[in-house]
Design a protein around this ligand. Structure first.
Ligand code: CAA
Length: 380
């Protein structure tokens, strides 16, 4: 197996790394402090053609593969977890359902504006009483002639209010997974409202909150895929979405590790840099090993996706391993900083707070284990 990146992949990684270090890194702490949506950075990312990275060229994107997508998200997350999740949700679960299920007309209507950054994408599956048990969702879509009328509340929606369109899963039929359909709902549609942004532990600047539907009229031609296939639309989107979250976690782990390595060489105690103590060297070695393993698992899932193979379990394994890794690696990075790691003047605690979300969203790590075990035990 070849684990070398292609010239194109190296080019995109280096271009994103330049953008991340020159434009995003200097702003990351302030975005976390203020919690303000970094609209200017999203615009800059769009001007670098990063918002259409997996959208085909015929729809205005760059048509790159999922390995490139993973490289893109890792580089952004290595400096800002918040910007990484904004761009990740737009690129994966916010756009891919249109790519995978959209008709030519639907693709032509939305993808060029998503690739240019005019429309940011969001994914509305979770509800107050339906999180891990996604098939129990209650938001209703009632057919009236050539339209559907949506009523209900979605919650924990990334890019809430800032997104120009929402991929919305709603109930058109009976109970369970087969009664769900997927719709594209444009921001500005009458009856579509947003809650206040939630005050989160981390990822501040990435707006999260409720999306409320009160008699929202959506043309039937805005349904994605056949009626009743909305759960599959969501699950397929989450398969590739989990590659993005895995890459985000790799970036967070790497970012915290880099900070810890630099600090350990500067911080002098007992007359020498603390990096010279074997206890710390062992910590750093374990952190670096796990981050590298997480990256390889992410690339493995992305490459399988690009080859058109079944990658559901690979994405779930990568997401599980990378996000657990990001959590303990960022905790250990804080430990290496000692007391300075615990105060907000130093950037490392932000990585630890940001990492926690990755173990929860796009399927908790308990759900990932269910997905992995089911795929392995299916017996085909
Ligand atoms: N691809 C295609 N189809 C799939 C699929 C997949 N990966 N997984 C399941 N399906 C199909 C099944 O084949 C089945 O189809 P049939 O009815 O034709 O047999 C149907 O979907 C129902 O599947 P299950 O019986 O497996 O469904 P379930 O109710 O047992 O639930 C689950 C499965 C894996 C637990 C699922 O509910 C799940 O993934 N839950 C977690 C939800 C989640 O990840 N939420 C994240 C919210 S989005 C977010 O966080 C984004 C953000 O803002 C950052």
């Amino acid at each position: 197996m070849n684990v070398e990146l292609s010239e194109d992949q190296i080019m995109i990684r280096d271009a994103v790394r330049d953008f991340a270090r020159s434009a995003v890194q200097p702003r990351a702490a302030e975005i976390d402090r203020s919690g303000e949506f970094p609209a200017d950075l999203v615009k800059q990312a769009a001007s670098l053609d990063l918002l259409g990275i997996v959208i085909p060229e015929q729809y205005g994107g760059t048509g790159l593969d999922h390995v490139s997508f993973a490289l893109f998200i890792e580089e952004i997350a290595a400096v800002s977890g918040a910007l990484a999740v904004i761009l990740d949700v737009h690129t994966s679960v916010g756009s891919e359902p249109i790519l995978d299920w959209g008709t030519d007309e639907q693709k032509a209507r939305w993808l060029p504006r998503m690739a240019s950054g005019e429309l940011l994408g969001a994914f509305a599956l979770t509800e107050p009483d339906s999180g891990s048990d996604a098939a129990s969702l209650q938001t209703a879509a009632e057919r009236r002639g050539s339209e559907y009328v949506l009523n209900g509340t979605k919650t924990f929606i990334t890019n809430m209010g800032e997104a120009g369109l929402y991929i919305v899963m709603a109930r058109t039929g009976g109970p369970g997974a087969r009664g769900i359909s997927a719709f594209v709902v444009e921001n500005g549609t009458e009856g579509l409202r947003f809650g206040s942004p939630m005050h989160k532990m981390g990822l501040n600047g990435s707006p999260t909150g409720e999306v409320i539907f009160e008699d929202v009229v959506v043309p039937a031609k805005h349904m994605l895929g056949p009626e009743g296939s909305g759960f599959k639309v969501a699950m397929k989107a989450l398969d590739s979405g989990r590659i993005g979250i895995s890459a985000q976690a790799v970036g967070l782990g790497r970012g915290a590790l880099d900070l810890a390595v630099a600090y350990a060489q500067e911080r002098v105690q007992f007359g020498r840099p603390i990096a010279q103590f074997e206890g710390l060297q062992f910590m750093i070695a374990d952190m670096a090993t796990a981050v590298d393993a997480a990256r390889l698992m992410t690339w493995q899932a992305a490459a399988a996706c690009d080859r058109g193979e079944d990658f559901t379990h690979l994405a779930a394994m990568a997401k599980l391993f990378s996000t657990d890794t990001a959590m303990w690696v960022t905790i250990d990075a804080v430990q290496i900083f000692g007391g300075y790691g615990y105060i907000k003047e130093f950037p490392v605690e932000r990585f630890m707070r940001d990492a926690k979300a990755t173990q929860i969203y796009e399927g908790t790590n308990q759900i990932q284990r269910i997905v992995i075990a089911r795929e392995l035990l299916r017996g085909d």
